[in-house]
Write a protein that binds this ligand. Sequence first.
Ligand code: PLP
Length: 379
Amino acid sequence: MELIYLDHAATTPLSARALAAMQPYLTAQYGNADSRYSLGRTASLAVLSARDKILSLIGGSGGNLYFTSCGSEANSWALKGVCAANFGKKSRIILSAIEHPSLLRAAEDMAVFGFETELVYPDSLGIVRPEAVEMALNRGGAAFVGVMYANNETGVIQPAREIYSLCRTAGAFYFCDCVQAAGSLPLKCDFADGISISAHKFYGPKGVGALWLKKGTKIARLISGGQQESGLRGGTTNVAGIAGMAEALASSCEDMQAEGERVRAIRDSFVSQVLTLVPGARLVGDSANRLPSNANIAFPGCRGEEIMFALDRLGLCVSTGSACSSGASKPSSVLLAMGLSEEEAASCVRFTFGRENTAEHTSIAARAVAEVVEKIKSK
Ligand code: PLP
């Protein structure tokens, strides 16, 4: 049975180019990037060149790039670190209700220090309207505003540029989680004061991400004791991971347009086949402002989880809710925030397409979905 992987928003396979870029630093060039002899300097040069490459790919010359272990770390550090640096000055946090838990839970952690969080809800299409953010900003000075670039569950793209402009007027720091967008959408770091990326979402290795911050941003140190990452995040540098991330991002950016069009076409074909074959099925979230890879479909009368397990038995990998919360069987908070009922939210399945998928996969997958849904409904 051929495995058909339709869960690229959860993670992506490591590309051959990224693996090749990592290989030397996993083998012969194993030096510590902080060692001063040549083995160490080779590692250090690889990190330097990866940092430059990523900064140029994300148009980030107006800021600094800090390597982290993942997107969650970059998000949580940004929120806690920027709030801590504002301690005693501003005590409000504004987040969209559809942010990743690494931001939502980090904001909850800051409550003990007196920070209050206001959530801004999206409309029924999954878009966080700039006017809604403006209303929250008008209620008082915020230390941190977080609205992501593209949502992990619906793929819906947010009006980041407009939100940034409102935050600038209000003098608030604007952070944009770009974990789902990086590698799929062109990024130029002029639409936020800070962004996060994660290598395993764009065919790079797991265990490495980055936080970009505009020059002049004040942020509290995350890991004390080491001079790595400008003394803000100590710890021996993940040289191979960083080299792999830079190469993966470069290759995603090279292919972005052509691959985006190809993936969009197979995703659209899949959606139209499913909506034709499965009565009552509907696409959730805005269909135009959406990552080319994502289709989140509601199957009224079924539980998404049941569909996911039945598809797994047929060799198809799909997901319900986000990967990080898929262990829990509560309906997705993102879908509830968009106004779906608990029952409808629990009926949703997320299909996310990527490099290895072909048009043939979409027909096999659409037929399998129709078969599975019919079986569940006839029980
Ligand atoms: N932000 C978004 C939008 C995500 O989709 C994810 C992961 O799914 C993360 C952050 C966390 O990234 P990581 O898995 O690298 O911790």
